[in-house]
Write a protein that binds this ligand. Sequence first.
Ligand code: C2E
Ligand code: MG
Ligand code: MG
Length: 684
Amino acid sequence: MIGEREKDLVIRIMDLSESAIFIFEPANFDIVYSNPKAEAIFGDNLSEMTCYEGVETKQRPCMDCPFSNLQDGQERIMERYLESFDMKVKLKANGLTWLDGRRVVLCTILDSDALLQIKIERDINNQKQFEEELRLSGELYQSVVSQLKTIVFEYNYIQNSSYTSQLFEKKFGICEIEGIDFTAEANTQGLIYHEDIDTYKMLFNGRNDDFREVICRMNEVSGRIAWYRISIQFMYNEAGDLIRAIGILKDEDEIVRSHETLRYRSDYDVLTNIPNVNRFYIDAGRLISDNRNKQYAVISFDIDKFKLINDLFGMETGDDVLKHVAQVLRECLDKDALFCRVHSDVFFVCIEYCKREEIIKLIEKLRKGIYDNDFAFDVNTSFGIYLVTDRNIPINLMCDRATLAGRTVKANAMKFCSFYDEQYRVEMLKTKDIEQDMNFAISDKQFVMYLQPKYDLESGNICGAEVLSRWMHPVKGLIQPNDFIPLFERNGFILKLDEYMWEEACQTLANWRSEGRTPVPLSVNISRYHIKNNDLVRVWKQLINKYKIPTSYLTLEITETFFYDSDDMYAVLQNLQDMGFQLEVDDFGAGYSSLNMIRQVPVNTIKIDKDFLDKKMATEKGKIVISHTIAMAKDLKLRVVAEGVETEEHVEFLKSSSCDVAQGYYFAKPMPLEDFNRLCYGIA
Ligand code: C2E
Ligand code: MG
Ligand code: MG
């Protein structure tokens, strides 16, 4: 029996033997040991098999195994035909007892080298066949994958050879690669789009997994830059050496781009390409809550009369204005500032600040940037500012506060921005007060009619008067229309007030008539909010019937905003004109109306805005514009009234320009009825 130490020695000797050696147990044919040479000839894991499986490549034991009855110490040399090698080999067999007492046979193959030779040749052939199969299946694969827009490439590190599918060459103009990392080789260096090289490199960084995948852009030979999913399968041999790498490119351009578009759409405003309000809320909310040591302001702004720009100049021009605003925001704001388009013409901005003045300066810069443009009209903006004092309120509430502050700007022509702060809160309270008081004020007759005479420039006589409201508040005293009309327009109360003033006007005309006087025609203001109120014609019919006054004594002053709010506007105006009312376009020149546009609308008179007169009169060029406007209006058979006539110079100029009527402080300020009666009829 072989001892432990002897066994080790024997095995070491057998391992080094030039001949193939294996030991098997004849009782069950299990191979107890095989040396490397035997493994090389008969295959790995020989010792896990039975000798008929491993050596004879048979399913069953040889019926006439010559070694099965060898006694301990007995030796036999014989020739044996090995079917799997198709040759006869010389074998030497020794019977012995193994360490554990088992009876075994040590078998030495004397023709080992010849067998090995055959095995190697066979392996080479097998490999070739395998490669051929691989190539064939590759072609099949390729024809399938070409349908799927998949491109294959391979690099073999043992042979330093490469394979690229036809589509690879077609897409990238390259048929051979010199390594799997395109960026490392001269001929493939330009394949990966430069911005995505870092992403691509991740395929080769770090641990060598079997499989890696990235998505990046590649430069195609056509010039197209497309998103590809690049997958690489690395293959290692048992020793852990990299032997092959197979790559697959899948064109996912459409998928990636549609994802990008979706993501972009959810974050950006498609028209202006600046962030949308969702993005803004997320970013600004985070900015403000993450930087508690810094001061932030949330600003809201919109374009004055934007709807009118759209109506007058078309949506496309309106869009251009919005794009222009977006461009100004991009150019004027610091890179840390956040901004977005909320909807239509509303924008939000969030900035860090130290002093209030900085904010005003920035707003002035934005306003100027927006105002300086090539549009044929003025683009003005109103800003509301919320200084973030309470970080615990949600960002949308901060924005609401800024917007609320911005609304107070519209009510005041002298202001372009307003802070939401104590001052604002006071204003809000005032507004609340007014709203509480207004209904009672009507029944309490607190609204008083003031009349401002209009003068015929040729004769110098009073030829009419404008009805203007004043609020005689029992506590606050006299309130001017600028302090309540804009608010009433917002809360809808203007409809009630106007009807009340119209009735006052009709009452006055009726009184004059009943007193036997020739009434001076009265002009009343009609807020644009009446357009939506279809009752305009009906209300006037009722008033005329009630007070029995000819409609020729009444002029209805409408602003240009009338012309764009409703499709039925034309019919309504025509109806009123047919009833005999004079229709006058108030504040002509202040907005965007042109004579060309007005000639399509049934009106009788234009009333040149006081600002228009004020600004234009200052220059020679401006004077030419006014006198031409008047001349053209007269060509269109329109009467011309000028308001805000304050100086003798104004009067002379208007006279020389053939303006028909003038209204203004030069002649008289708006006055209570008694004063007007005195002035006009000499009633004491
Ligand atoms: P408006 O219809 O353009 O009225 C002319 C305004 O110009 C009046 O201001 C008048 O006092 C003022 N004005 C007249 N002459 C001169 C002048 O020489 N220089 C200057 N600087 N101003 C002059 P007021 O009465 O404060 O009315 C302001 C606006 O409020 C009116 O402008 C009108 O749009 C609106 N308004 C007044 N009362 C009513 C009303 O009862 N209903 C409606 N819907 N609007 C009204
Ligand atoms: Mg007016
Ligand atoms: Mg006016």
